[in-house]
Design a binder for this molecule. Structure first.
Ligand SMILES: NC(=O)c1ccc[n+]([C@@H]2O[C@H](COP(=O)([O-])OP(=O)(O)OC[C@H]3O[C@@H](n4cnc5c(N)ncnc54)[C@H](O)[C@@H]3O)[C@@H](O)[C@H]2O)c1
Length: 261
């Protein structure tokens, strides 16, 4: 057998939550290119549809579903629609999140509304999508894959008003280990990627500041910021049979940044 066959996703159905976003849409296209049927879900219908078109252009079946994934009934509706359309659900990628750069406050003054918003989009989105998906996977009894997007900020502080984001991503990393432990008996693996800054609209303002960017790059041994394509290999690995004995892991994708700390 060709060892690369273990990375193929033919016949699998993937649900990319936040699939209309910069990272989610890149991962949706990659999952489709690896053989999966891909459901792109996003609060923005237009973004979901645009990403689904990109998946189709890559040669895979795709369906766009709009909804607010922080609302339990919406998540249940999305999961039910996936099963109705494709008959199964094998892979969840949790790619809703971000926002940190929009609400930078000193730790001692971090306001509750900003805190709640960051928790909502980074933590509750992951919680609700994963619960709805896991209920369906447990019921189907065919196992599955859950892939979270944490951040190096789960591990490293940053002197830039990021209190809520580091707390939310710390919780996403902890839940990755917790769910891996609880859902292993159902054949569901749970892993996460933890990128450093990825060149996307979310961080365009920070990366647009030449002083910030050069100080960031000077701390990254591989000497650049991340690109969405840097995340693809890890996600295909976690989504596929190739990682069948891997669960509860958080793979840092940071050009060596955390290795220096
Ligand atoms: N961009 C980076 O540098 C970077 C670095 C590390 C980790 N991350 C993480 O990667 C993930 C994706 O980030 P991104 O840069 O692609 O952000 P993005 O803003 O481009 O994508 C997020 C998507 O989620 C959607 N969304 C927001 N709230 C939603 C809701 N309630 N229900 C459904 N969809 C909703 C948005 O419409 C958007 O399409 C986030 O968890 C982010 O924290 C990003």
């Amino acid at each position: 057998m060709n060892p690369l066959d273990a990375f193929r996703l033919d016949g699998r159905v993937a649900f990319v939550s936040g699939g209309g976003g910069a990272i989610g849409s890149a991962l949706a296209v990659a999952l489709g290119s690896a053989g999966a049927k891909v459901v792109v879900s996003d609060i923005s219908q237009a973004s979901a549809e645009a990403a689904a078109e990109r998946v189709k252009a890559a040669g895979a079946e795709s369906l766009a579903l709009a909804g607010d994934i922080t609302v339990e009934s919406e998540a249940d509706r999305i999961v039910a629609s996936i099963i109705e359309r494709f008959g199964r659900l094998d892979i969840l990628v949790n790619a809703v999140g971000g926002g940190a750069g929009k609400v930078l406050f000193d730790a001692q003054d971090y306001p509750r509304d900003a805190w709640d918003w960051i928790m909502e989009i980074n933590l509750r989105s992951t919680l609700i999508a994963s619960q709805a998906t896991a209920r369906a996977m447990v019921k189907a009894g065919q196992g599955g894959r859950v892939i979270n997007i944490s951040s190096v900020r789960a591990q490293l502080g940053i002197n830039a008003g990021y209190s809520a984001y580091v707390a939310a991503k710390g919780a996403v990393s902890s839940l990755t280990r917790q769910w891996a432990t609880e859902w292993a008996k159902h054949g569901i693996t749970v892993n996460a990627i933890a990128p450093t800054f990825v060149d996307t609209p979310q961080v365009a303002m920070l990366l647009g500041d030449p002083a910030f960017k050069s100080s960031l790059i000077s701390r990254v041994p591989l000497g650049r910021v991340g690109e969405t394509r840097d995340l693809v290999g890890a996600v295909i690995f976690f989504a596929s049979e190739a990682s069948s004995f891997v669960t509860g892991q958080i793979l840092t994708i940071d050009g060596g940044l955390t290795a220096t700390q």
